[in-house]
Design a protein around this ligand. Structure first.
Ligand code: FRU
Length: 326
């Protein structure tokens, strides 16, 4: 296909300051490179709703064939998505949800289950009673709400396990460190901290350590990103007791876009699997990710070789054409 004939897929990404989202972009690009009929364009909203709305509107104007959005927050982004749908652009939502059902498909893990799994982990590892601090993700983003809901619902049925305090975070550790520090100065150290992602969980550990409480407090996070400072490494280093894998869904989303472009009927809800990672399975997980990473690098290298060959072929055929004219 010539460049003009290719399908345009526009992705409005919430931000790319963290490794989880960088991983999402990477897996999307890799999957897109396997589908030569599509061109993927990513716009980074840098965590500003106004940017994200503007990006979606630009994609609508550009007439993209499929729009993908990873919303910053649910409510403010919904009208822009509705506009895209009204313009007849199939729209896939990934990770954080929007309000209502006016979209083509959703890709993401079940965040209520993630909350439930965190609670069940505490239930099966604590000896009867446990005091808990919960550190939440950004208000107005669906994973924060749903992780809390699943967590509380499960704990409600167990009176010995109590969420004593909730600290409101915004997904980044700087949002919770001074609040947690003040809290730990004034109350008894909790047995568990459940933080809605690994970055805040690491932040909580740093605070605990600064007060020599890191051995007393067990910390659970979410994401389980592979690589330096990612959740898997943090579990391996005994900084976190556990993390709950939250797959980015990048690859699945591009596959879904391709299915839509091929005129196939797709499922509206595409729920990704999660798993608890702790000292029992962390090595297996790390090995799996190592292998996967190696394969991805191989594919990327092969892709580079192919691109180079195409470029050489194009210059050669340009030369031949030129010689024919002369
Ligand atoms: C990445 C992130 C993850 C979290 C997800 C929730 O930007 O903060 O850490 O699991 O977003 O939407």
């Amino acid at each position: 296909k010539s460049e003009e004939e290719k399908f345009k897929v526009g992705f409005s990404q919430a931000m790319t300051t963290d490794n989880w989202r960088r991983e999402m972009n990477k897996s999307m690009k890799l999957e897109a490179s396997m589908h030569p009929d599509i061109i993927l364009e990513i716009k980074d909203a840098e965590n500003h709703i106004t940017n994200q709305v503007a990006h979606i509107e630009e994609f609508i104007k550009d007439g993209v064939d499929v729009l993908i959005v990873s919303p910053i927050q649910s409510i403010p982004i919904t009208p822009a998505i509705e506009k895209a749908m009204a313009a007849g652009i199939p729209t896939i939502i990934i990770d954080r949800k929007i309000e209502g059902q006016n979209f083509t498909a959703y890709v993401g893990a079940n965040n209520i289950e993630i909350g439930r799994n965190a609670a069940k982990y505490i239930l099966s590892h604590s000896s009867g009673k446990a005091d808990i601090i919960e550190i939440t993700g950004q208000e107005g983003s669906s994973p924060a709400y749903e992780r809390s809901m699943g967590f509380k619902k499960t704990l409600d049925s167990v009176p010995e396990l109590k969420v004593r305090h909730v600290i409101k975070g915004d997904w980044e550790k700087t949002s919770i460190q001074s609040k947690l520090s003040d809290l730990l100065d004034s109350v008894k150290a909790p047995d568990y901290i459940f933080a809605h992602n690994d970055r805040m969980a690491l932040g909580a550990w740093e605070v605990a350590r600064s007060k020599s409480l890191e051995e007393e407090i067990n910390i659970i996070g979410v994401d389980g990103v592979f690589g330096p400072n990612g959740g898997i490494q943090l579990v391996k280093d005994n900084i976190l007791n556990a993390t709950i894998l939250y797959p980015t869904g990048g690859m699945e989303t591009i596959k879904l876009a391709e299915d839509i472009l091929n005129g196939e009927n797709v499922n509206k809800n595409n729920i990704l699997r999660t798993v608890i990672i702790d000292s029992v399975n962390v090595d297996i997980m790390q090995n799996q990710f190592n292998k996967m990473n190696q394969q991805q690098n191989d594919i990327e290298q092969q892709q580079e070789v192919i691109d180079k060959q195409i470029r050489t072929y194009n210059t050669q055929s340009d030369l031949i054409q030129l010689m024919l004219i002369l």
